[in-house]
Design a protein around this ligand. Structure first.
Ligand SMILES: Nc1ncnc2c1ncn2[C@@H]1O[C@H](COP(=O)(O)OP(=O)(O)OP(=O)(O)O)[C@@H](O)[C@H]1O
Length: 649
């Protein structure tokens, strides 16, 4: 039994807190769930009202992607984290006054509460967990601890490596490398990944993450004592990203096979590697359950697991993945650490890549890398970062992103708003455009021009085979996209989709006959194992040649076309415009990024960077005024998490 240090407060009523919270819900400032959670904590027994306030804030922050609540933030001023005004926070906090005066006093009050489990004390199943600095919902504490323990153990594990042999293979695999900046981070990454049970290869678009991992697979194949038995799995958070990963790896391995010839039987490796899968499917997701078929008690049957687009993997998924991965297997995470974190709580890749930019490589790593790859780590990247940093390599040279779009992305990523604006205003030889002080009709006009090619091909109908035509229509549709930062309002996904649909209809480019019509692009919003469509998949509605009058939605997976009867798709939305979040893992020839006026502090550098890097040839920025871009670039995503702390413990 804990002794509540503030028994007077425990007997105080939280009625005023509930009342103010209800007002905030009605004003759209607070989730109903957050109040319900605080009330649930209250129902378990006497709890001091400030702890109920902390529970409410914690739950609200979970909705903003934070996996915990830092007590220092709570004591200081959580208004900014919540996206509220200072006055809004004070009105709520005032209902439970007096609040603990500082972080120490908050810690004492939390530690004294029956409904808070203080880590390392006896665990009697309280819903809140407090580690001395951070307050957690129990579920997130469990996930962060699992991820930290597993990553720490994997980073510490080291596999014996015959450096001389590895050097020989790496020289062969990277033999065609043109003279370029030194060191060759790609080659170095392969050496680093080979020696451990975890490796992270991060880098911006086109820096060769997939190119590198294909060579790593070849290297693993070359040095494995029993290569024929090695089980390799490829996975990504979305179906599209998985298909892209497989396609790129196959391409890279086939090119490599041509080049190395008989020295390494790479065709054997490609032949044995199965399709890339979504993480959900790899782990054995089951309808209507959060639990997966694979877990520590029934681990995955793999030796090497490659996960692409790892920035999209949220905390809970990473915990499930690590739980299901056998301790002896090697995990390779690929992704761009600077991209938007997942919608769900956690910023796992960002946390894991904390030292990636600086390197922080130890003398031991430098010596190993030199012996195994012949690459010398420059002194600027040497240091004394922890074991995970020794297994992390950032690729720094983009192969297909050096032009104006790349320059813009670099400036945004570096937080240099004036430089970004100058690049944009320079126009990048037609590759860049900025529409400032824009009106919605300008976005609609861009959409009309951008979608015309697929709609024209659609109207022309198949000249040859139906499937070839469908593939061509889908490819044209995939060449252009409107990306939004928000869902609602005239600058959001829903407002723009309605406006674009209406204007395409008015222009005679499509004939809307009801909810489903020929040409309607849709995005799947929920995994459906029955029809094998997954959250984020995008398809186009077209006629079914076998059943005139009936509509099917066609999806492109790599070069494969597959289709589902439109009426069988339950959770979909129209997709002329989509969120930047959902666009991760995709690339469009021309990308239009629409930023609204920022009332809630939701526009961040990571969001703008992710939007820009979706464009392969042309990028258009649309803003309602000239300041939105600079404000967004100045704001970094901050997600409270204890992951780094737990890993480095
Ligand atoms: N060292 C290299 N030498 C020659 N070509 C390379 C090299 N590294 C990468 N490339 C080429 O650059 C292009 C981009 O590489 P890759 O697709 O591997 O990058 P990525 O980082 O995985 O990109 P994304 O983030 O878009 O998935 C590919 O065409 C690839 O073949």
């Amino acid at each position: 039994m804990k002794h509540d240090a503030h028994s007077a407060q425990v007997s105080a009523s939280p009625a005023a807190l509930w009342e103010e919270a209800t007002r905030l819900i009605e004003a759209g400032e607070l989730r109903r769930l957050s109040l319900a959670f605080a009330r649930f904590v209250d129902s378990l027994g006497p709890v001091a009202p400030p702890v109920l306030l902390a529970a409410l804030v914690l739950s609200e922050l979970e909705g903003h992607g934070h996996s915990c609540l830092q007590i220092a933030d709570l004591a200081h001023d959580p208004a900014a984290l919540l996206g509220w005004t200072r006055e809004g926070w004070q009105a709520l906090a005032g209902t439970v006054a007096p609040l603990p005066k500082n972080a120490k006093a908050w810690a004492a009050q939390l530690a004294a509460c029956e409904q808070v489990w203080q880590v390392e004390e006896f665990d009697y199943g309280a819903p809140l967990v407090f580690d001395g600095e951070r307050l957690y919902l129990r579920r997130y504490w469990r996930d962060e601890t699992l991820v930290a323990n597993s990553i720490r153990a994997r980073a510490a594990a080291s596999h014996p490596v015959a450096s001389h042999e590895v050097r020989g293979w790496l020289d062969l695999l990277f033999a065609s490398q043109r003279a370029q900046e030194k060191p060759d981070w790609q080659k170095l990454a392969c050496a680093v990944a080979l020696r451990g049970s975890v490796a992270i290869i991060t880098g911006g678009p086109g820096t060769g993450k997939t190119y590198t991992v294909a060579r790593l697979l070849a290297l693993l194949f070359a040095v494995a004592p029993d290569a024929a038995r090695q089980r390799i799995a490829l996975a990504a958070p979305t179906g599209k990203a998985a298909a892209r990963l497989k396609q790129s790896i196959d391409k890279a391995l086939n090119e490599l096979a041509e080049r190395v010839g008989d020295k390494l039987k790479l065709r054997e490796l490609t032949g044995r590697m199965g399709a890339a899968r979504t993480l959900h499917s790899l782990l054995g997701a089951r309808p209507d359950s959060r639990a997966f078929a694979h877990h520590a008690g029934n681990p995955l049957d793999v030796d090497v697991l490659i996960v692409d687009e790892a920035s999209m993997v949220h905390l809970e998924m990473m915990a499930s993945l690590l739980d299901a991965l056998p301790p002896g297997a090697t995990l390779i995470l690929l992704g761009d650490k600077d991209q938007l974190a997942s919608v769900e709580a956690g910023a796992v890749l960002g946390d894991l890549c904390h030292d990636a930019q600086a390197g922080g490589y130890s003398a031991h790593t430098a010596a190993y890398v030199l012996a195994a790859s012949g690459e010398e780590l420059p002194p600027a990247y040497l240091g004394s970062a922890g074991p995970l940093a020794q297994q992390t390599v950032m690729l720094r040279h983009s192969r297909r992103f050096g032009g104006p779009i790349g320059q813009l992305a670099l400036a945004v990523n570096a937080g240099e708003a004036p430089a970004a604006e100058a690049v944009l205003r320079g126009g990048g030889e037609g590759a860049l455009r900025w529409i400032e002080g824009a009106h919605q009709h300008q976005v609609v006009s861009l959409a009309l021009a951008g979608y015309q090619p697929y709609l024209e091909l659609l109207r022309a109908g198949p000249a040859g085979g139906h499937e070839d035509w469908v593939r061509a229509v889908l490819q044209r549709f995939e060449a252009f996209r409107i990306l939004c930062a928000v869902r609602e309002g005239e600058w959001g996904v829903s407002g723009l989709n309605t406006a674009i649909e209406a204007s395409l209809q008015a222009a005679g480019l499509l004939r809307r006959t009801g909810e489903w019509y020929v040409g309607r692009p849709v995005m799947v919003t929920r995994n459906d194992y029955g029809t094998r469509v997954f959250n984020g998949d995008i398809g186009l509605t077209l006629g079914d040649p076998a059943r005139p009058g009936s509509l099917r939605v066609y999806f492109l997976e790599g070069d494969e076309v597959r289709s589902v009867l439109a009426t069988r798709l339950r959770s979909v939305e129209t997709a002329y415009a989509m969120t930047v979040h959902k666009s991760q893992g995709s690339e469009f020839r021309h990308t239009v990024l629409v930023l609204p006026e920022d009332r809630h502090g939701i526009l961040t550098r990571e969001l703008v960077y992710t939007g820009i890097t979706r464009a392969s040839a042309e990028f258009t920025l649309v803003t309602p005024n000239g300041t939105v871009l600079a404000e967004a670039v100045a704001r970094r995503t901050h997600r409270a998490s204890g992951l780094r702390h737990l890993i480095e413990r």
